[in-house]
Design a protein around this ligand. Structure first.
Ligand SMILES: [Zn+2]
Length: 451
């Protein structure tokens, strides 16, 4: 088969324009103005300020931050090596069970108050933000049990934490467990060791409050806005009718408190998670089983690929919530503030490669834009082609302008017959010519080797 490629753009053209545009929005001006006008914090609850304000809790985080968890892709060993020094003293711990592959799942306890709270994180192995925050909370409880905040929590509540519920998934930094099961869809069948463990602990403790801690897609905007979602909250429905009983109302009040507590750190980048009842999900069934449950989803924050800002945000929000739960202060919060929160909105694709000419060896070249979705969006790794063609009206998190350049697929991007399709790895030589000889840079799942 002969080459039928024809040059669409000649060398007489001016130098091709090549630039990356990041469309992740900064804090909206009105939000900044609002925060200034309110002295940095809104209040949706008690007229008297919290005894330890969210800003003060944020200051505590610097001293409580556990070292060794700066890369959010830590494994089971790395996590527990980092946390181990802070177990003991006022913090007790036990091995609650094992994962499918035999990794220990640990249960940390702090305080001895009458209100029982159960928090679990990283049920999805690649959602590690809250595990970092639970490590930092463990250190705070261990190092500073006499801090007024820690004392109030310990006197009013007993805090149970199960960080990294899915260590086999964490080992591979993937969502599912070693059996290929989404543990958060196993609340009914309880076929996974991890799901059974959580159910057993829940049945033993019969918690008053539950915190189901996850990470969501980095590309979601607050509905009706251009604001990226940093934190999404849900007081899950416990039945199809999405009824609000006292138990769910309490969860909504805690959610309102969380909106207030995280505001100094993430402003209005807060949304409500879809509240359709899912009878297979733990968060939803925990509600049905008796706990006032709140889901916290960590999304993304600008220039924070390791989610360290959201780690701190979790630390602040969860400690503020535990304080208010332990003292009963949460009951003064208005559930309507949570109810009126905008939902998670549209999800933008990760990258639009715009203005190039695709030159697949052996078939005619064509002017085509490409959409790329990363397997690791915040780290911009593992890009796969999700669309090819005239994508002039598409929006994406980032745009790579390759006007005047050729995208020559590498063999790894082509199917067995030498053709190109969506779903293929986004592996291209970006060049001045359709043969890919005068190379500008390589795109191997991400822009690399820029020349
Ligand atoms: Zn999740």
């Amino acid at each position: 088969m002969g080459r039928s490629a024809k040059r669409l753009r000649g060398d007489e053209k001016p130098l091709p324009h090549l630039s990356m545009t990041n469309t992740r929005p900064p804090l909206a001006p009105w939000v900044a103005a609002f925060l200034v006008a309110c002295g940095g914090a809104a209040s949706y609850g008690p007229t008297t300020p919290a005894p330890t304000s969210p800003t003060e809790i944020a200051d505590l985080h610097d001293g409580a931050r556990v070292t060794g968890l700066d890369d959010r892709r830590f494994d089971h060993q790395g996590y527990w090596d980092a946390v181990e020094p802070y177990l003991g003293g006022s913090v007790s711990s036990r091995v609650a069970g094992e994962s499918a592959e035999g990794r220990s799942i640990r249960h940390i306890t702090f305080g001895s108050g009458p209100v029982t709270v159960l928090l679990w994180s990283q049920m999805h192995g690649n959602e590690s933000t809250a595990s970092m925050a639970l490590a930092d909370m463990t250190r705070f409880f261990h190092d500073s049990p006499d801090h007024p905040l820690a004392r109030r929590i310990a006197e009013g509540a007993t805090v149970h934490m199960i960080p990294m519920l899915n260590p086999d998934g964490a080992e591979r930094f993937r969502r599912r467990n070693a059996q290929g099961i989404d543990v958060n869809r196993d609340a009914r069948r309880l076929q996974t060791p991890e799901g059974r463990l959580l159910k057993t602990v829940n049945d033993e403790l019969q918690p008053d409050f539950g915190f189901n801690l996850h990470d969501q897609s980095a590309a979601v905007r607050v509905s009706g806005t251009d604001l990226g979602v940093a934190i999404a909250l849900l007081a899950p429905a416990f039945n199809e009718a999405r009824d609000v009983d006292d138990k769910r109302r309490r969860a909504m009040q805690v959610a309102t408190l969380l909106i207030e507590a995280v505001e100094p750190l993430v402003g209005q980048h807060v949304a409500k998670y879809d509240d359709t009842f899912n009878p297979r999900a733990f968060g939803d069934l925990m509600g049905a089983w008796g706990a006032s449950t709140v889901l916290i989803e960590s999304g993304a924050w600008e220039d924070d690929p390791q989610k360290q800002h959201l780690r701190k945000t979790n630390f602040v929000g969860i400690l503020a919530a535990l304080d208010a739960i332990a003292t009963g202060r949460y009951a003064e919060y208005d559930p309507e503030v949570y109810e009126s929160l905008a939902y998670n909105g549209r999800r933008l694709p990760d990258l639009l490669i715009r203005g190039g000419t695709v030159a697949v060896p052996g078939i005619p070249v064509l002017e085509a834009d490409l959409l790329v979705e990363y397997s690791m969006p915040l780290l911009e790794e593992g890009g796969m082609i999700s669309d090819i063609g005239d994508l002039g009206t598409s929006e994406a998190q980032d745009t790579l302008d390759v006007d005047g350049l050729y995208l020559v697929p590498m063999s790894s991007a082509l199917d067995a017959g030498g053709g190109l399709d969506v779903g293929a790895p986004a592996h291209f030589t970006v060049a001045d010519d359709p043969e890919g000889r005068r190379v500008r840079f390589l795109f191997e799942g991400r822009p690399s080797t820029r020349r």
